[in-house]
Design a protein around this ligand. Structure first.
Ligand code: ADP
Ligand code: MG
Length: 884
């Protein structure tokens, strides 16, 4: 609640009734207003409250714009509106209320009009106005009678219902006038004969009145609806007589509410004690007067000064006068400027006592969704923004949001980095531990193997030696025995030796057993060794596994780094938007309107101006942090998301002339051209082509683009593109190249003209405008070359078959297309060598038309001079007996 209101409720006690009317009056609305739950107006006393209302797509737009997104996006819960600048960028604006295409008439009444009506009932003056392009719903919002559908009732009808419900018909009066203001003349819509009403201002009170206007006493709702209907019929008739449309005039409804507050006072006083009652009852009855003005303003679209609607220049000025004066007064009030130029127009003189000061004013700005009217919509939005004193909060809030978001992202980033480092250390430790353990196990197994091998071998050797020793002993013993028996008798030898032999055999058998056992032992040992080898191998595979884990870890790390890069590029993107928003807000003025021939150029110019403002933008800081090289390297990232983010960031940077040199130096242009070749993604194509178009405004870059096969890449992109915005970007890029004198032949030889002409298959006017610009650029350079003698022969444009399209579009209804084509025709006609083709292709008649009807004097004169100086054209006109 504002201080004024707090002060009033403080005074609501015993003394209030003795003081003036106004504080007393406030006691009731406080209560009533609370029922709606909103009173933001109190936050900024006297400020115009501005709501924006979006009209739903109508049948024609649903068909014609089916492929295009609306040019605005509403965020009613944040009370914000986003106006798309292009396919990847939007400006955000904040309003007091954001009413979507689904908002009911009742809701609109409650947020826009009810607070004003209530303060009128309390004795203040109030204004409700609707501002917007014709056809966006001003009359729908204010003037619908709603007889066929109760829910469709507009603000005028609902306001009267509330007024009649609150007044008492015995003591109070409600008087209504209904007027039209056209070309600074006020007509009475209730009495059409009365068509030049004067405004009278009371120099003392400042009250404004129209003594000449009919005042109808309204006693019930029905008579009011009748009156509105009658007024509407008279308005239609008057406009037919004046040969104008109602969209050019303002309709003004004035409701004077005059209330006697004696009854109410008595009731209040009796609550406060009899003493008060005594004091009150001897005072004269108090009358409380309030005036409600509802203005259905003329359409905000600019009137074509060329007089296409049959207006003279004077008329056009006068039609606009009240509307532009209103804009000036609203601005002055919003800025609390000492001088408010009320006297500048009839409308502002009329509103003088209903505007500013203690009066409440609500403005509803109406917009349509169609991207074709983006320019008008943008200027309507800027009108609304200026009306609500943007500097109050919007900007700060936006900045705060971005800062906190950036802080949050930073914290997130830090957390990820810390976590990653911790994990990495833990994994390295674990791997080291496992490796040492495996090593230990392997060397232990080897040691065991060597030991047991040694043991077995020595055991076997020992056994073997022992057996040999035994055998030797045996042998010695046998020999001795043999010798003894030989000495005894030589005939007994065979008998003895047979026994001996059997013994020997047994020993031998034993020996071979032992040997077998030893062999078995050796076999066992071999198996053991094999097992040990196996366990060694498994140790090794464990190490391999660990290595794989390590590699996984490495990949994980890379992915995290990728995410970090995305976050950084998002951060960059966000701060670019924040900067842009800040610049828009700083700039404020109407200059934001684009709608020109080359929005790419004007966008860059705006940014140039903004960056020249001295304030070091935070983007520069981020730019330094992230580094251009890093951003450009992300253009080749594997992750498609990263690539898209990166290319958007590069495109945004490329829109600023100061960055263009750096981007090209760091290889950005080459990367962008590569993206056209390597990527299949249409978004990437569109954004990359946009960036290339921006870079292609500079002559050096144009040569670089050509040298790197730019024409064939752009042609290929154009051939595969479906999205008109992609085609617009590609056509814009080629159109820029067409304006370079040095590149004419190469551009043509590589199929540049054919590529341009191919793009007209898309019927979007923005694409056609770029094609037309390219053709005009090319024709201009070519004409220059022919004049200087560096080019001979027919125009390449004619040779490449551009003439039929040129002739077909020479009178295109879109001015941006028409102007370019007109210029192109004049350039072509400068050279006699083109004359025969131009005559047979029907271009001569377009030139004649241009020389007679063109609304641009310079082009008109140029066409005329060209026709007069060309012998071929002259001959043809003589042949056809055309008087020229
Ligand atoms: P203006 O007065 O601004 O020229 P109108 O109020 O005459 O515009 O509206 C133009 C057309 O759009 C009308 O046919 C109207 O019924 C329709 N229209 C406007 N606003 C809405 C809305 N919010 N919902 C539905 N139709 C609407
Ligand atoms: Mg209207």
């Amino acid at each position: 609640m504002a201080t004024s209101q707090v002060g009033n409720s403080y005074r609501n006690g015993t003394h209030s009734h003795r003081t003036s009317l106004k504080p007393q009056a406030k006691s009731k609305p406080t209560q009533r207003r609370n029922s709606t739950g909103k009173d933001h107006a109190a936050a900024v006393p006297g400020r115009v409250r501005v709501a924006v209302r979006l009209r739903p797509r109508n049948a024609e737009e649903s068909v014609a714009d089916a492929d295009f997104a609306d040019c605005v996006e509403l965020q009613p819960e944040l009370k914000r509106l986003k106006l798309r600048k292009n396919n990847w960028d939007a400006d955000t604006y904040e309003f007091d209320e954001v009413l979507t295409e689904f908002a009911s008439q009742k809701r609109v009444y409650e947020v826009v009009a009810r607070p004003v009506v209530e303060s009128v009932l309390d004795g203040y003056n109030g204004t409700i106005m609707a501002y917007g392009q014709t056809g966006t719903g001003k009359t729908y919002t204010l003037g619908r009678l709603g007889e066929e559908d109760n829910a469709a009732r507009g603000i005028m009808v609902r306001a009267m219902e509330d007024i009649l419900a609150d007044v008492s018909l015995e003591t109070d009066t409600v008087l209504v006038s209904y007027l039209q203001l056209y070309m600074e003349t006020i007509q009475d819509l209730l009495d059409p004969a009365n068509d030049n009403i004067t405004i009278v201002e009371d120099p003392k009170t400042g009250d404004v009145s129209l003594p000449g206007a009919s005042l109808v006493d309204i006693r019930n709702q029905q008579s009011f609806v009748e009156l509105l209907r009658l007024g509407e019929a008279h308005r239609f008739a008057a406009n037919t007589k004046l040969n104008t449309e109602s969209s050019r005039s303002h309709a003004i409804l004035m409701v004077h509410v005059r209330r006697s507050i004696k009854g109410r006072d008595a009731a209040l006083s009796s609550e406060n004690g009899s003493h008060q009652h005594m004091v009150k009852s001897i005072k004269p009855p108090v009358v409380r007067k309030g005036k409600l003005v509802v203005v259905d303003l003329a359409g905000s679209e600019r009137i074509d000064k060329s007089g296409s609607e049959g207006h003279t220049l004077e008329e056009a000025k006068s039609i606009n006068l009240s509307l532009s004066a209103l804009g000036k007064c609203i601005n002055a009030l919003a800025e609390s400027s000492a001088h408010v130029p009320f006297r500048d127009s009839k409308l502002t003189r009329l509103l003088r006592d209903s505007f500013g000061g203690t009066a409440r004013t609500s403005l509803v700005i109406t917009i349509g969704p169609s991207p074709r009217h983006r320019g008008e919509t943008a200027s309507t939005i800027m009108f609304g923004q200026r009306a609500m004193k943007v500097e109050n909060m919007v900007k700060l809030k936006e900045e705060f949001d971005y800062k906190s978001l950036s802080r949050r992202l930073d914290i997130e980033l830090d957390k990820l980095i810390v976590e990653h480092e911790r994990q990495q250390k833990a994994f390295e430790d674990e791997i080291e531990r496992l490796a040492t353990e495996a090593q230990h196990r392997i060397s232990e197994a080897e040691r065991n193997y060597v030991d047991s091998l040694e043991k077995e071998r020595s055991k076997y050797q020992k056994d073997y030696m022992e057996s040999i020793k035994k055998l030797e002993e045996q042998f010695m013993m046998n020999q001795r025995k043999n010798e003894e028996s030989l000495m005894k008798s030589s005939g007994e030898t065979p008998k003895v030796s047979a026994e001996e032999l059997a013994d020997l055999k047994k020993m031998l058998q034993k020996e071979s057993h032992l040997r077998k056992a030893a062999e078995g032992e050796v076999h066992n040992l071999k198996i053991h060794v094999a097992e040990l080898k196996k366990s060694e191998a498994s140790g090794k595979s464990e190490i391999v596994k660990l290595h794989e884990m390590l590699e996984d870890e490495e990949r994980q790390k890379e992915k995290l780094e990728g995410e970090i890069a995305i976050l950084q590029s998002q951060l960059l993107q966000l701060s670019l938007e924040a900067d842009e928003t800040r610049r828009q807000l700083d700039r404020g003025g109407l200059e934001k309107e684009i709608g020109g021939l080359n929005s790419l150029t004007s966008q860059v110019k705006h940014q140039q101006q903004a960056s020249g403002n001295g304030e070091k933008p935070s983007i520069a800081k981020l730019f330094e942090q992230v580094g251009l090289q890093k951003i450009l390297s992300l253009l080749e990232a594997e992750d498609a998301d990263v690539r898209i983010h990166a290319v958007k960031v590069v495109a945004n940077l490329a829109a600023e002339e100061t960055n263009q040199g750096k981007i090209v130096e760091a290889g950005g242009l080459t990367s962008l051209l590569n993206l056209l070749k390597s990527s299949q993604d249409e978004t990437i194509h569109r954004v990359a082509a946009g960036a290339i178009a921006n870079l292609a405004m500079n002559e050096t870059n144009q040569e670089l683009i050509m040298a790197q096969g730019g024409i064939s890449l752009l042609s290929m992109t154009a051939a595969n593109a479906e999205d008109p915005q992609t085609l617009r970007m590609v056509a814009g890029a080629i159109a820029n190249l067409c304006g370079n004198d040095k590149l004419q032949t190469k551009l043509r030889d590589e199929g540049g003209i054919k590529a341009l002409l191919g793009m007209v298959r898309c019927r979007h006017p923005d694409v056609h405008a770029q094609v037309a610009r390219g053709i005009a650029n090319f024709a201009k350079c070519e004409s220059r070359a022919s004049t200087q003698g560096t080019k001979s022969g027919r125009s390449f444009l004619i040779e490449d078959g551009a003439l039929p399209w040129i002739v077909q579009n020479a009178n295109n209804e879109a001015a941006s297309i028409r102007r370019h084509i007109e210029l192109a025709l004049c350039h072509l006609a400068q050279h006699e060598i083109n004359a025969r083709d131009m005559i047979s292709g029907g271009a001569l008649w377009e030139l004649v038309r241009i020389s007679r009807d063109c609304s641009r004097e310079d082009i008109k004169t140029l066409a005329h001079r060209t026709l007069v100086s060309s012998p071929s054209f002259q001959a043809e006109m003589r042949r056809l007996r055309v008087n020229y």
